[in-house]
Write a protein that binds this ligand. Structure first.
Ligand code: SF4
Length: 693
């Protein structure tokens, strides 16, 4: 028997950036999810969504704070007052030793807009530290930087996902939405049914690549060369839209000169993509009356991730397929609030509304809302990886608060990170579960899950959505906002903060007013009545902006910018001792670091353990058999994983999903080499060897 839960109104999935609409119901005495019809998911959920209620009543859920009496002592239950007092005392002690920057804050792209906003304000006003960043730096930073520079605005999809079926051709590069955003596949299927062409560029023949008209199985790390080769063919074969370039862009000449040097034979040598496929793809995109180019973490999580994204933006601009109906470049956000989470101030260099912490006018505008002197706001701080690298060093972060992130699974080179975290004076983790990171913490604070509090999130197309509180948190659990408010009070800054999510959103609206990500006109009532509102939305009379670039780009002169970028090799190329590429990604059954999904029985049954994909011919030559254990070694560490032999992967490439910690953790192996602009680590390509374990 299915009954509604005590709350009213619906919610949205706690996992990916589709943010499918759902209800929470009681089915045979247990909480369960039910799909809700909505313009985005149209009544669909994937297996993660169908099982999303299970972690709410998990038997391993944390219901009381935990703390250690000394380093190395076991975690023991504590009262909230004892734990919060200890956190505040540790933060004060760290500040006495190293000043305000000795306390660091690390957030997450799954936090609601209200919590992301509050965390940024807590760092700048509550702690006065410049050391705050979040796991979106590991995810969306390259696409965001390229979008901001080329188009003037970082809106992951600058069009509603319902526009996808109207595109005559779609190129997806380094993204596997069939597993990472499964419900979006209905739009790709519709596009194919309408006669559209789908091109997928990926080193693996993924579930998405299997849907495609054309699969370009490129060598890892050669994305920019592929884009330049496509542009070269488009120029050669008169597929570019010169009128569009003239009217709406700048900088084409320099980009064209570089593309001229990427003739098909050269691009085939670099990428491994046959010339015939390169030419076919360029013609599909160029000859379609409408087309989209969508990049994912494949090209973006590289030490040249921003340039890679620019190369594909250049291609879309040259074809005149941006800023027009059913056209555009977009970047497919993965995390649940990956879009909103990067708009309101938990990034190292950013203030609410996508304002810059380095801009005096932006600082003054936000400081006025916060009621503080702008000069008291700290300057921009280091990026996520650099912040983590500083942990435990005399001049670095001595005390770290982690909220909404499982670093010891999600960050690169996790064993080195573990040593850095152990060198801290205190590590504080807010989490509903004893994640790998929480298990190493000195103090663990049990916090509410998604449906236990109201708040907004912004999906991958920039639509702001409202989640209602439908089930109260269990006794002993508090919201992240209550934790921050309580800490601010103990640090003498409580008057600046509210823990009420509705009040936080009203404050966020004011703080974002006039910024790029302007939420001033968005109210919870409007979100409810209009099934979400697209930002920017500067006033309550404004309809919202589903397609921001139709008339002009968000740059000062309204024109999109070409960036003259070259192909550059990844920081590590295969060679002696490490002859293969290792790349990482996700599987259908799990979300990010798996903190929730690895605790769902049905999901674990489908994807119970980490694995390595390897081509059978390569495996045979090395004595590795299907289901046997294999050891992968990189310059940073080794992992032991079960081998899956598949002809869907290139001969020179290994693939490991990153949802697990322990001996099978993909991020034991990954390279922390950073992109110079976005500071994203190079998760997507490093040199590795494999042997039987
Ligand atoms: Fe929808 Fe993503 Fe949740 Fe699946 S995981 S139900 S696609 S929001």
């Amino acid at each position: 028997m299915i009954q509604p839960t005590i709350g009213s109104g619906g919610t949205h999935c706690p996992y990916c950036a589709m943010q499918c609409a759902m209800d929470l119901v009681v089915e045979d005495g247990r909480l369960a999810t039910a799909a809700r019809d909505f313009p985005t998911n149209r009544g669909g959920l994937c297996r993660k969504g169908w099982t999303a209620a299970e972690p709410l009543s998990s038997s391993v859920r944390l219901l009381t704070p935990l703390m250690r009496d000394s380093r190395g002592a076991p975690l023991r239950p504590a009262s909230w007052d004892e734990a919060l007092d200890a956190v505040a005392a540790a933060f004060r002690a760290a500040r006495e030793k190293g000043g305000p920057d000795a306390v660091g804050v690390f957030g997450g792209g799954a936090l609601s807009n209200e919590k992301a906003y509050m965390l940024g304000k807590f760092a700048r006003v509550g702690l006065g530290t410049r050391n705050i960043d979040y796991n979106g730096r590991f995810c969306m930073a390259s696409g965001a930087a390229a979008g901001n520079r080329a188009l003037g605005m970082d809106r992951g999809l600058p069009f509603p996902m319902t526009d996808l079926p109207g595109a005559g051709a779609i190129l997806i590069v380094g993204s596997n939405p069939a597993e990472t955003l499964p419900v979006i596949v209905q739009y790709l299927e519709e596009q194919r049914r309408h006669g559209g062409q789908l091109i997928v560029a990926d080193p693996r023949r993924t579930a998405t690549a299997q849907m495609a008209t054309l699969h370009l199985q490129l060598t890892p790390g050669t994305d920019a060369a592929l884009a330049l080769g496509l542009l070269h063919v488009a120029l050669r074969d008169n597929l570019v839209d010169r009128a569009f370039i003239e009217a709406r862009t700048t900088g084409f000449g320099a980009a064209r000169r570089i593309a001229n040097a990427y003739w098909p034979e050269r691009v085939e040598r670099i990428t491994g993509v046959p010339i015939a496929q390169l030419v076919q793809a360029a013609h599909m995109l160029g000859e379609a009356s409408t087309a989209m180019v969508l990049t994912g973490r494949g090209p973006e999580q590289q030490s040249h991730g921003v340039e890679n994204a620019h190369a594909f933006i250049n291609l879309a601009l040259a074809l005149g397929k941006v800023g027009r109906p059913n056209c555009g470049w977009g970047t497919l956000t993965g995390q649940g609030n990956g879009q909103g989470g990067r708009e309101h101030g938990q990034k190292a260099d950013q203030l609410p509304g996508y304002r810059s912490l380095a801009n005096p006018e932006h600082r003054a505008a936000v400081a006025a809302v916060w009621g503080v002197d702008p000069d008291t706001l700290p300057p921009p701080g280091p990026s996520a990886q650099e912040l983590l690298e500083s942990c435990g060093s005399p001049d670095g972060v001595r005390a770290l608060l982690v909220m909404g992130c499982n670093l010891l699974v999600a960050a690169p080179q996790t064993e080195r990170l573990r040593a850095r975290l152990e060198a801290l004076d205190v590590l504080v983790v807010c989490d509903p579960f004893l994640s790998e990171t929480a298990a190493t913490a000195d103090i663990v604070l049990p916090v509410a899950q998604w449906v236990e509090e109201s708040g907004t999130v912004t999906n991958l197309e920039g639509r702001v959505l409202l989640r209602h509180c439908l089930s109260p948190p269990p006794e002993g659990v508090r919201s992240d906002a209550q934790v921050l408010k309580a800490l601010a009070e103990r640090l003498g800054r409580g008057a600046y903060f509210t823990a009420d999510h509705r009040e936080l959103f009203e404050e966020l609206r004011r703080a974002s007013a006039g910024g790029l990500a302007d939420y001033a006109g968005i109210t919870w009532e409007r979100i409810e009545a209009e099934q979400g509102v697209f930002w920017p939305c500067p006033s309550e009379e404004h309809p919202g902006t589903p397609r921001p670039f139709l008339d002009a780009f968000a740059t000062p002169d309204g024109r999109a910018r070409f960036f003259a970028v070259e192909h550059r090799p990844t920081a590590e190329e295969p060679g002696p001792g490490y002859p293969m590429f290792l790349t990482t990604g996700r599987v259908l059954g799990h979300y990010n670091s798996g903190t929730q999904t690895r605790r769902v029985a049905a999901l674990n049954a489908g994807d119970p353990e980490p694995f390595v994909e390897i081509h059978p011919d390569v495996a045979r030559s090395l004595g590795i058999s299907e289901g046997g254990m294999a050891r992968i070694t990189t310059r940073r560490g080794e992992a032991v994983l079960r081998a899956r032999l598949t002809r869907a992967i290139r001969f020179d490439t290994l693939f490991v999903p990153f949802h697990w910690g322990g001996r099978g953790g993909a991020n034991l192996l990954t390279n922390p080499a950073l992109d110079p602009t976005s500071r994203i680590p190079e998760f997507k390509a490093c040199a590795a060897r494999i042997e039987p374990a």
